[in-house]
Ligand binder design. Sequence first.
Ligand SMILES: [Zn+2]
Length: 153
Amino acid sequence: MKWIRVALALVLAACSPSSPPAREVAMKERPKVECVGCDTPALAPEALPASEAEWKKKLTPEQFYILRQKGTEASYTGKYLHHQGDGFYACAGCGQKLYDSKTKYDSCGWPSFWDAIPGTVERHRDMEATCTRCGGHLGHIFDDGPPPTGKRH
Ligand SMILES: [Zn+2]
């Protein structure tokens, strides 16, 4: 009976999961310039995390700190600061598209926009800006921006 066991082991080895084809890996690593932050799939409101603990699981520590604890990304460090690609900037929390690259301009140490996509960003009394879909903290909206809005997001 010994030879049967050997044959079985060979079949199992042949069926073990192989590594993904090289083509798939290359697709994943290709940078997405058409939609910054769109690696986050757009979530329906009912699919959003219901608690801060769930948000913590979904986001990276840095994203959680900024979006949920109103932290601020250190200036001049953001990887999209000098990003020049055409397209949209999406919320890292829920995937909602927030900014069109056509409204992006160079101002300070953070990516700046003079307008948001209508209905996606709410400005609060203390000038804090939040995502209208998930409530994530996006930064602040100041009144020293360029025309046509005079706003700096
Ligand atoms: Zn959001």
